[in-house]
Design a protein around this ligand. Structure first.
Ligand code: ZN
Length: 400
């Protein structure tokens, strides 16, 4: 694209800061970057002329003066965010300011393999773009989250336990046929962390995002950046052992926290309680539906079922046991818990907190806050959009 040509380091910094400050004022931007006002204004004027920045409405500043807010120009095109979960598919077309322009969610099974899932993704991407009156040429970047370990540099999954057929499959190649735009792939929990970091406008530097769904994973934000580790598998906490006598996990070890506290484990405990005659309510639901999931446990718990509440308590306590070690090791200021588990309600969170505070060192927990992700179910999609925009800026910013 012509308008990206020959940008200076200062201009790139201004674009990135604009994106991360999500509609900040030009004055605030100058301050944050340590630029003089005249320097910032000159840079901004140039970038507005080039069609890279846009002035977005007026903001009444504290002094009563009017200062224009800035954003990445919508005329540059759109981003596509794709969040592939173990059992779900979420897509959105987003503006450069990450406002969703069109969005879609449906159940899916990653176990069907990349051919089936990505064929569906391609159809849905086309449909969503059509809803916005756009075609593939208007897409400037694509961000995709997948529920397994990713080699971020090449955008491929590496030995993903939940989706073995995806091992070494090139998602980029699969989308290259339809899109000239760059495709960036990351682990789904890393994207949730990126989404929260953007929501927070980078005001927190060291925090964790834990996703509890079909599996358990952890996104790490360290010094204001998502930390991926030497090979991209940082935060793979699901296979930390919380019970030496626990059940065997699909990874081959026993007592992994994922095997004992994630959605399927909660469902298993519920079936056991129903069949053992510990809960009339769960037994009733099992008879009616033929199966139970974590949401059934949540419903029964809210209705006062003691066995259901004991299951929630146990799952939360085991997750907290794992988390206590991680908190001692990393000393985050916040832990945000997301994924399907958040629908289970406050009792789970209370059990996690109690377990963490009991087992962590006083210094690690003095200011520690543990809460559900404020972005909720949107965290992964927003994160996919952040990844797409952030990495597209990096790619475009390199002199041609
Ligand atoms: Zn395991």
């Amino acid at each position: 694209m012509e308008r990206w040509r020959g940008l200076t380091a200062d201009e790139m910094q201004l674009l990135e800061t604009t994106f991360w400050s999500a509609g900040g004022s030009r004055h605030g931007m100058a301050e944050r970057l340590g630029f003089s006002r005249s320097k910032a204004n000159a840079l901004i004027a140039g970038l507005v002329d080039q069609g890279l920045l846009a002035e977005a409405g007026l903001q009444r500043s504290s002094g009563g003066r009017r200062a224009e807010n800035l954003q990445i120009s919508g005329s540059l095109g759109v981003l596509v965010g794709v969040d592939i979960g173990a059992t779900s598919l979420d897509l959105a077309v987003l503006g450069p300011d990450l406002q969703p322009l069109a969005q879609h969610a449906e159940p899916a099974d990653v176990g069907h393999g990349p051919g089936v899932v990505l064929a569906r993704v391609r159809v849905l991407m086309r449909e969503l773009l059509a809803q916005c009156g756009l075609d593939a040429s208007k897409v400037m970047g694509i961000g995709m989250g997948v529920p397994g370990p990713v080699n971020f540099q090449i955008g491929q999954l590496v030995n993903p336990p939940l989706m073995p057929a995806w091992d070494g499959f090139s998602i980029r190649e699969a989308l290259r046929e339809d899109y000239a735009a760059p495709v960036f792939v990351d682990n789904d929990v890393n994207l949730m962390a990126l989404g929260e970091l953007w929501r927070l406008k980078r005001t927190l530097s060291n925090f964790l995002v834990i996703k509890v769904g079909t599996g358990i994973g952890c996104g790490i934000v360290c010094h204001g950046e998502v930390y991926r580790g030497a090979a991209g598998s940082a935060g793979d906490v699901g296979h930390i052992c919380v019970d030496q006598e626990g059940p065997r996990c699909h990874c081959g070890n026993v007592g992994c926290v994922e095997m004992m506290a994630a959605g399927p484990a909660i469902a298993r405990m519920a079936v056991h309680a129903a069949e053992a005659g510990e809960s009339a309510m769960l037994a009733e639901r099992l008879r009616a539906q033929g199966r139970l999931d974590a949401l059934d446990v949540a419903h029964a718990g809210r209705a006062g079922d003691a066995a259901a509440n004991a299951i929630i308590q146990r799952a939360g306590s085991l997750l907290g046991q794992m988390l206590a070690s991680v908190v001692n090791f990393f000393n985050p200021s916040h832990v945000f818990i997301g994924g399907g588990i958040t629908h289970i309600g406050p009792l789970f969170l209370a059990a996690v907190r109690q377990s963490v505070y009991q087992r962590s060192l006083a210094l690690s927990t003095r200011h520690l806050e543990i809460q559900y992700t404020p972005l909720g179910a949107q965290a992964g999609l927003i994160g996919a959009g952040v990844l797409a925009m952030q990495e597209t800026l990096k790619v475009k910013g390199v002199a041609p």
